[in-house]
Design a protein around this ligand. Structure first.
Ligand SMILES: *Cc1c(COP(=O)(O)O)cnc(C)c1O
Length: 397
């Protein structure tokens, strides 16, 4: 097959959609007013923000005044967790429940709170990356102020039983936050039905601009302001709004949530073809749950291969992929997610994450299926580790 460019790293970021870009454009050029100004151009910006807020609320089953725009997923996570911690502290509640496989935006915020005297329970996950509502129920204490559990994992694609966890938290009267950055647009979400009190999402993971996100905060739940200043975002997150980015988010989330079952059906077929094709390579394993899995996520470990080398080789072939989360690459520590599902260090190091989306074609899948086995073979042929595996375990090279 001829060399092509295949972008298979949609969990890291996505291309801005035509619709999101076109909707945002006027707010860079003609309609550059400040949404707080009272003249027509300012009001136009305010109206555009209101429309995006309505679109975002609708996509989540929330009310318009429950949506707060932020600068992205990390900011939403920080606000939700630190805000809830401060709220809990006032009532003498300083215990948080989360999982071992959260995004660093959640984990590092929890680490920070531990230094400030909070106690955090990091629930272990099973070999597929799942936690159960029962585990959550058992972990909740009288002094628990927050449960924060991701909707879907960014590395291995596992989708958590969020509705069940929400039910447990509501029964126990504990605030439930979920980082839904990877789930929005891929899983149908209804924050009311699922008993979610706070939900984080990010624009650039769903084809909007970078640097914009949102936090849903259930009506009646009051957490401290994120930024003090002007009256933007109902007085809770001050600063002149990023109108083009917010507009792009409104359009992108509407597009992403338009017909999720159809998208899931189409993508699952391609994803499964990728998984089955790659598992034909000897000494490989699939990471993440086979069923409760994002329709665009493939995460495979190849023994005797170094993930970063594989990525560089795939880049030469025109394939953009990841070896875990983009945030951890650059460091040599294996992914905390792969370690938490029980992979040995050596196997965790040889992992490849391919995240496809609705723009991926069958030809792209063919190309990946032709290229990855070649690359893995070339790397194994020069790997002392692979040689050792073959010798000590009687594996055929
Ligand atoms: C990307 C990501 C984030 C961070 O979002 P940003 O908008 O890049 O700050 C948080 N959580 C998960 C699960 C993610 O995949």
């Amino acid at each position: 097959m001829e060399k092509r460019f295949v972008y298979a790293d949609n969990a890291a970021t996505t291309k801005v959609s035509k619709r999101a870009l076109e909707a945002a454009m006027p707010y860079f050029t003609e309609e550059y007013g400040n949404a707080s100004s009272i003249y027509t151009m300012g009001m136009n910006a305010a109206k555009a923000i209101l429309k995006a807020r309505e679109q975002t609320a609708k996509a989540l089953g929330a009310e318009v005044n429950e949506i707060y725009f932020t600068a992205g997923g990390s900011e939403s996570d920080n606000w939700a967790i630190r805000g809830c911690a401060e709220r809990g502290e006032r009532k003498g509640k300083k215990h948080i429940v989360t999982t071992a496989i959260e995004h660093h935006a959640v984990l590092h915020t929890c680490n920070y709170l531990e230094k400030r005297g909070f106690e955090v329970t990091y629930l272990p996950v099973d070999e597929n990356g799942l936690v159960t509502a029962k585990q959550v129920e058992k972990a909740i204490r009288d002094d628990t102020c927050l449960v924060t559990i991701m909707f879907a994992n960014n590395e291995i694609g596992t989708i958590m039983p969020i509705a069940e966890i929400g039910e447990v938290c509501r029964e126990k009267g504990v605030v439930f936050h979920t980082d839904a950055v990877q789930a929005v647009g891929n899983v149908e979400i209804d924050v009311k039905e699922m008993n979610i009190d706070m939900l984080s999402l990010s624009g650039h993971k769903i084809h909007a601009l970078k640097g914009v996100g949102a936090l849903y905060i259930r009506k009646g739940l009051v957490i401290p302001n994120l930024i003090y200043g002007g009256a933007q975002e109902s007085n809770k997150r001050a600063g002149t709004e990023n109108v083009p980015a917010i507009v792009s988010l409104g359009e992108a989330i509407t597009e992403a949530c338009h017909d999720i079952p159809a998208k899931v059906e189409k993508l699952e077929k391609m994803r499964d073809r990728l998984i089955e094709g790659l598992l034909k390579i000897p000494q490989t394993r699939l990471n993440g749950d086979r069923k409760s899995r994002l329709e665009g996520n493939v995460n495979i470990s190849f023994r005797g291969v170094e993930g970063e080398s594989l990525l560089l080789m795939l880049d030469m072939y025109g394939i953009a992929a990841s070896s875990g989360s983009a945030c951890t690459s650059g460091s040599l520590d294996p992914s905390h997610v792969l370690l938490a599902i029980g992979l040995p260090h050596e196997t965790a190091h040889g992992s490849l994450r391919l995240t496809i989306n609705e723009e991926t074609t069958n030809e792209d899948i063919d190309y990946i299926l032709e290229t990855v086995p070649k690359a893995v073979k070339r790397l194994r042929d020069m790997s002392p580790l692979w040689e050792r595996i073959c010798k000590t375990e009687n594996v055929e090279a």
